[in-house]
Design a protein around this ligand. Structure first.
Ligand SMILES: Cc1cc2nc3c(=O)[nH]c(=O)nc-3n(C[C@H](O)[C@H](O)[C@H](O)COP(=O)(O)OP(=O)(O)OC[C@H]3O[C@@H](n4cnc5c(N)ncnc54)[C@H](O)[C@@H]3O)c2cc1C
Length: 406
């Protein structure tokens, strides 16, 4: 007797998106998360247009997310300045927003509950085994849950992957990123989204993302392969960055940290990741789905969660169709939707590795009103990153359509 059609492990954006879609498709879904919600997640809290569209499709209204802040202007500073402001379209929906992950993830998990998902937060997955006819998930304080399929949405260190013997030995992520919340920030930091390409962080960058109440999420990320020695001294880099005049100037003299800084890795190699077991589909960070160029992963987590749900639910039920068909369908969908963008990011990251590349890119992007507007939309994934290389995704109004939540 199966306890559910599908067990989802992890209640971040990837797990909630998968659970919501499966429940709406009529599947019986149990979701477990080792944390009790609301829970924090180390993140920049920035939500791109692509992610916003998916949140809208999932039915999440911004008013349910307490710290939701819409963004209209993106300010990018090259390695030696100057700043370039990239305006997002006004009055035609939302193209970028920021929300604390504690609020966003809790609201999304509530949406899953409303859709009929049985949520067991505060219960860790402590074991996983795949059988010919079922998957068995050991859950702390509950016992063993069996299901036709498991969706592993348990983040960068995916314990499910380890239990199934599918973890890549020694893998510690492709980026290492660091964030801290500040209160009392100056008016620019409270309103605009800042990206600083610092010469010693390239192809990484520092950021300040605005939050309501004069607050900001401030942080930086470095690419592991490029600056491996620097990962040891993230706290030292942080002190140094906060003292740089252009960053201090934006944050303002009254800016004060509200909580300790925290660091976390970002996995970004969807093209190499093992995406499935026999009856388990890996999604979000557990599938290394974050963007290699920017380190963002909320949109990719939502999308891969939805694709996994579609792969399971679009079949003829949970038993008659072999699991090999379902897992192959998911791998194909990921290749179509995410791998082309990943390859484009790998190409672009070469350009931002050096000051000259960033300078040339910013000069090009900032050349005219049109390039400024469209660069901001492209940066925020209104157009898929590899849109030029994937004509099947061209559509009418692509460069001029409204944002999310119009
Ligand atoms: C510093 C930093 C800044 C970032 N900034 C951005 C940004 O601005 N925008 C953006 O789009 N992305 C950003 N990212 C990336 C983004 O945070 C992740 O890609 C995203 O959270 C992935 O979502 P997920 O649902 O796959 O995993 P997660 O959000 O990590 O959720 C995984 C869930 O699994 C649960 N879990 C773990 N182990 C178990 C277990 N044993 N049993 C049950 N549950 C378990 C955890 O409690 C957690 O709730 C940033 C990342 C970092 C580190």
């Amino acid at each position: 007797m199966l306890a559910a059609d599908v067990v989802v492990i992890g209640g971040g954006p990837a797990g909630s998106a998968a659970a919501i879609e499966l429940a709406r498709a009529g599947r019986d879904v149990t979701l477990v998360d080792r944390a009790r919600f609301p829970r924090d997640k180390v993140c920049g809290d920035g939500i791109t247009t692509g992610a916003l569209r998916l949140l809208e499709d999932l039915g999440l209204p911004p008013r349910r997310v307490a710290s939701w802040q819409r963004v209209d202007d993106v300010v990018v500073r090259g390695p030696a300045g100057p700043e370039v402001t990239f305006p997002l379209p006004r009055g035609r929906g939302t193209f970028a927003a920021v929300a604390r992950r504690a609020d966003l993830d809790t609201a999304l998990l509530d949406e899953a509950r409303v859709a009929g998902v049985k949520v067991l937060d505060g219960h860790a997955c402590v074991g996983a085994r795949e059988h010919d006819d079922r998957v068995a998930i050991g859950v702390e304080g509950v016992g063993e849950l069996t299901a036709a399929y498991a969706v592993a949405a348990d983040g960068m260190w995916s314990p499910t992957r380890k239990h199934l013997g599918l973890a890549a030995p020694g893998y510690r992520g492709d980026w290492h990123a660091f964030r801290q919340y500040f209160g009392g920030v100056g008016p620019r930091a409270a309103r605009d989204l800042f990206v600083w390409f610092e010469p010693d962080l390239l192809p990484g960058y520092a950021w300040s993302f605005p939050l309501p109440g004069g607050r900001a999420n401030v942080g930086f990320g470095i690419v592991r392969g490029e600056r491996v020695e620097r990962v040891q001294d993230m706290a030292g880099i942080w002190r140094d960055l906060l003292g740089r005049p252009h960053i201090r100037g934006v944050l303002g003299d009254g800016a004060e940290p509200e909580a300790p800084h925290r660091a976390w890795p970002i996995p970004a190699r969807i093209d190499e990741a093992v995406l499935t077991g026999r009856r388990t589909l890996f999604v979000g960070d557990a599938a290394a789905a974050s963007d290699r160029l920017t380190g963002e992963g909320i949109g990719q987590a939502l999308l891969s969660g939805i694709l996994a749900a579609e792969a399971i639910a679009s079949g003829d039920g949970t038993r008659a169709e072999g699991p090999g068909v379902v897992t192959a369908r998911y791998r194909r969908a990921v290749r179509r939707a995410l791998v082309a963008d990943h390859r484009m990011s790998m190409l672009l990251i070469r350009a931002v590795r050096h000051r000259r590349g960033v300078r040339a890119g910013l000069r090009l992007a900032g050349a005219t009103d049109w390039t400024r507007r469209n660069f901001a939309r492209w940066l925020f994934e209104d157009y898929p990153r590899a849109v030029l290389a994937t004509p099947r995704r061209w559509r009418r109004g692509m460069l001029s359509g409204p944002g999310a939540y119009p």
